[in-house]
Design a protein around this ligand. Structure first.
Ligand code: ZEM
Length: 292
């Protein structure tokens, strides 16, 4: 009844079926626009969803995916967000077709669609994010700096409320995508299958020999075998730190465990600081991947 009551007053109350339509639209666009980068916008869409969420500060309750403040110049221009305009532009036609969805709900949904369509685990979804104005932009420097190490990772992710196990599980996202010299300055992919969610990142961290790449760019590692893969200093910190390494070993051994923990921690990341409706915790949406 709530749906029809809404309609009579001109307020549209979207339901599961409506979000499912948005899911399908994004999935179709992913398939259609397959000439970007390694053949998919999936990785950069996952990065967009992460960079909205990763500004969260548990102490002040500021930042996080609620607000979509990366639309505005101060935050959109933060060095960490270089290149994410490609992901935001990709989603503009979806926003135009479904104007009732907020940018902040749309960007997070796109991250979930991408993970699922790239054969990753199923990630539950809850809408409820509201777009804010530019006064809600977060200060620069809240996202991790790839040139740093274990202390920095614990400080940045600790501020969001994540522990060691969660930091390692989140980092498995680097199975996806690549670094671009014109964005971060770093170069290359972490794995040989950058458009498929796998536990390859952990296997490579453990089983490859990583040495400093000799080049003019920022300090990064290259693998000894093919010299075509890369690791950031923050990636290698996950095997040089003993506590982190135990989780790298677990996820390298057991892809099922990684998928389970990745789904849980991505769900937590994407919901940081979002004032969801009471009771919505128990009624999250789960979408079927298109080709399952
Ligand atoms: Zn990333 N990430 N990230 N990351 N990331 C890049 C690319 C991608 C760090 C980082 O500095 C960088 C997480 C954590 C951390 C993705 C997802 C997630 C790039 C390359 C850098 C430099 C950007 C470029 O040049 O285009 C650091 C220091 C992290 C701390 C642990 C987490 C958490 C992620 C998701 C859950 C993804 C998917 C990409 C690939 C983007 C693309 O365009 O291919």
């Amino acid at each position: 009844l709530s749906g029809s009551a809404g309609e009579t007053t001109g307020i549209f109350t979207p339901k599961f079926e409506d979000y499912e339509k948005v899911y399908k639209e994004i999935a179709e666009l992913l398939e259609e626009k397959d000439e970007y980068d390694d053949g998919s916008y999936g990785p950069v869409l996952v990065r967009l969803a992460w960079h909205c969420s990763g500004t969260y500060d548990a102490e002040t309750g500021t930042g996080g995916s609620n607000g979509a403040t990366m639309r505005f110049a101060p935050e959109g221009d933060h060095g960490a967000n270089a290149g994410l305009v490609a992901a935001r532009d990709f989603l503009e036609p979806v926003k135009a077709k479904f104007p009732w969805i907020s940018y902040s709900d749309l960007w997070i949904l796109a991250g979930i669609v991408s993970i699922q369509e790239m054969q990753g685990p199923s990630i539950p979804y809850r809408p409820g994010r509201v777009d804010k104005d530019l006064s809600a932009c977060t200060p620069d420097g809240r996202l991790p700096d790839a040139s740093q190490g274990n202390k920095h990772l614990r400080a940045i992710f600790g501020r969001m409320g994540f522990n060691d196990q969660e930091i390692v599980a989140l980092s498995g996202a680097h199975a996806l995508g690549r670094c671009h010299t014109d964005r971060s300055g770093f170069e290359g992919p972490w794995t040989f299958s950058p458009t498929v969610v796998t536990n390859e990142y952990y296997k490579l961290l453990l089983n490859e020999k990583w040495s400093w790449r000799k080049w003019n760019g920022p300090k990064q590692y290259e693998d000894k075998t093919s010299k075509s893969l890369m690791m950031l200093p923050t990636d290698v910190a996950l095997v040089s730190d003993k506590a982190f390494k135990t989780y790298v070993e677990k996820y390298a051994k057991d892809e099922g465990l990684f998928f389970k923990d990745f789904a849980a921690v991505i769900n937590k990341l994407f919901e940081l600081g979002v004032p969801f409706a009471e009771g919505s915790e128990n009624s999250k949406m789960v979408f079927k991947p298109t080709n399952a």
